[in-house]
Design a protein around this ligand. Structure first.
Ligand code: DP6
Length: 398
């Protein structure tokens, strides 16, 4: 007999960044963070888990290739151990209520796990967040664990910090907590997926295949060497978390956009303050910042119409509202034109751009055309149009 479940989980992009751990094995952060869950139509991880008394050992395949070193992977083992422990507790409870004959000892079976990302190969968006969220969520579903997403987030967190935020759709806070055992370092939903329907995102995939410093390694160097990080975690993030939650509740785009850009800037400043310094932004990233900044100051009321944010790499994520999407795509396409024959330069699962041609719209009124040079073709490989999405879901094995 084989027991099987398949589930998918979303990607999340932080608007208040997690950067720094106070405990590296439990993965407890030095500050709270907040993210937006992106639609799974375009980006998600998918995991299938089988349990059987006949499997000789637990095995894992990532994008079709077996990982033969899983015993040494502490983060993975933490997720297995914690979900198995809860399953064991649950089995003991079921035994008491129903009698041992009715309980399948799944906690003792070995597992076969297949995990895939559907991200476009070029994207370099490969994120441990959706992957570990999906692993933890699929295990909890297979094991039929009677626990909340917030409880589960404490397990996903031990796989990768940002993964805890991918257990919810919509707008999600990771509360840093203060306990040494991590029992209060958890994700909570700030607002559901349909709370702010106008809010959308454009992901600009910047061509840079070189893998820089990993988040895990980079953030510990920051913790050990940056004095600016101390200022950030004590005096900046606590206030920003409050203002950001308020902005989201009130759908206040001005405040949301301001904090998003300021927090991305401060995260990259903290990287520069690390010794030796860490650079995640490249020339294209910085030029995208200039285009967005000019776009925001070109309208008469100087209203913020777009907000950029960057993680540990050069790709830009631009949060904006629906009505500005065509203008922004047009601007990006003007300064960062596509390669010849790139039919997938612009991906729009929501069909917003049907019947329109990129590059044929006039520039926004008052936009200073001279601010930056046009970059070589292919500097931005792809623009993905996406929006706020839902949390993990079971797709097979119900
Ligand atoms: C810049 O969650 O990848 O994306 O906990 O070591 O696995 P580990 O790090 P990870 O770090 C993400 C850092 C970030 C900011 C964020 O997502 O909040």
């Amino acid at each position: 007999t084989v027991y099987e479940k398949t589930a998918t989980s979303p990607v999340n992009i932080a608007v208040i960044k997690y950067w720094g751990k106070r405990d590296t094995s439990l993965i407890l952060p030095t500050n709270s963070s907040l993210s937006v869950t992106l639609s799974q139509d375009y980006l998600h991880s998918k995991t299938t888990i089988r349990a059987s008394p006949d499997f000789e050992k637990t095995r894992l395949w990532l994008n079709g290739v077996e990982d033969t070193d899983i015993e040494k992977n502490k983060r993975l083992q933490n997720c297995f151990r914690e979900t198995r422990r809860l399953r064991k507790e649950y089995e003991e409870k079921l035994c008491k209520d129903k009698g041992a004959d009715n309980v399948i000892p799944l906690s003792e079976y070995n597992l076969h796990i297949c995990s895939e990302n559907n991200f476009p190969t070029a994207a370099g968006l490969a994120s441990s967040a959706s992957g570990f969220a999906c692993l933890t969520y699929t295990l909890s579903q297979l094991f039929e664990l009677p626990i909340s997403a917030t409880e589960l987030s404490k397990i996903a967190r031990q796989g990768s910090g940002s993964a805890c935020r991918s257990l919810f759709g919509g707008f999600v806070a990771w509360e840093m907590g203060s306990q040494d055992d991590g029992s209060d370092s958890q994700a909570v939903q700030v607002a559901p997926q349909d709370h702010w329907p106008e809010l959308e995102a454009l992901i600009c995939v910047v061509s840079d295949t070189k893998k820089g410093t990993s988040s895990t390694e980079g953030m510990q160097n920051t913790v050990n060497t940056s004095t600016l990080l101390q200022h950030r975690i004590e005096h900046v993030v606590p206030l920003r978390m409050k203002s950001m939650i308020k902005a989201i509740h009130e759908r206040d785009y001005q405040k949301f956009a301001e904090i998003t850009m300021q927090d991305s800037n401060q995260f990259h400043a903290v990287c520069l303050d690390t010794f030796p310094p860490i650079f995640y932004l490249n020339d294209v990233s910085r030029a995208i910042i200039r285009v967005i900044t000019e776009y925001n100051s070109s309208n008469p009321e100087r209203k913020l119409k777009a907000a950029y944010t960057f993680d540990a790499g050069p790709n830009a994520v631009i949060y904006t509202t629906s009505e500005n999407i065509p203008e922004i795509i047009n601007l990006i396409a003007k300064y960062f034109p596509s390669n010849e024959n790139t039919s997938d330069y612009f991906s729009d699962p929501f069909q917003l751009f049907v019947g329109k041609t990129i590059g044929e719209q006039p520039l926004p009124l008052g936009f200073n055309d001279q601010i930056i040079p046009v970059f070589p073709k292919g500097s931005v490989k792809q623009i993905l149009h996406t929006k706020v999405g839902e949390g993990p879901k079971v797709i097979a094995g119900e």
